[in-house]
Design a protein around this ligand. Structure first.
Ligand SMILES: [Zn+2]
Length: 176
């Protein structure tokens, strides 16, 4: 399946989420690096890890990074597919939020999550990204721009999405 380049990876401040609400305290085990912000997105992350080796590998990489990645179905749909935004850097962690349009079927949501988690891995490897401005600067340098100057895309993220899509097809249609 081919889709037009998705609008991805643009910096956006979310007033709903202040850094103080994002700190996980008092847990005996380290909190997972990729966290659903709602029960629905927590279930999506869990399901995606179980069904896609690519998503699991990306989550494992992020677990060894300083990133915390929140996954949400956004209250206001500003993207037809999904995008990643920079939230904050503090307390030794950097926070991203992945917004996925919930109109898609679960397999598509998982493929979009894989795409966005690849963007998160790109940020994990770029410690200089510590603000919306440096997030934009990084993608101006590393990505190709779409028609919207705020939006960037990378080949690696598109490849991750295609890989996840193939994994899910193989699992569901073993005869193909
Ligand atoms: Zn993208």
């Amino acid at each position: 399946m081919h889709r037009a380049p998705s609008a991805c990876a643009f910096g956006l401040t979310l007033a709903l989420l202040t850094p103080a609400t994002l700190v996980a305290k008092g847990r005996e085990l380290p909190a997972p690096a990729v966290r659903g912000l709602q029960p629905e997105t927590a279930a999506l992350v869990q399901q995606a890890r179980a069904r896609s080796a690519t998503v699991k590998a990306l989550v494992d990489v992020l677990g060894r990074s300083d990133l915390v990645v929140y996954v949400e179905f956004p209250p206001y749909l500003d993207s037809a597919t999904a995008h990643t935004s920079f939230l904050a850097a503090f307390g030794g962690h950097r926070y991203l939020i992945v917004s996925i349009n919930p109109r898609h079927v679960v397999e598509e949501r998982i493929a979009l999550l894989g795409h966005e988690l690849q963007h998160a891995v790109e940020i994990a490897g770029a410690p200089e990204v510590r603000s919306e401005e440096t997030f934009h600067r990084f993608y101006l340098r590393e990505a190709w721009s779409t028609s919207d100057p705020r939006h960037y895309e990378t080949t690696a993220a598109q490849q991750a999405e295609e890989m996840v899509r193939r994994e899910l097809q193989v699992r569901e249609l073993p005869g193909r």
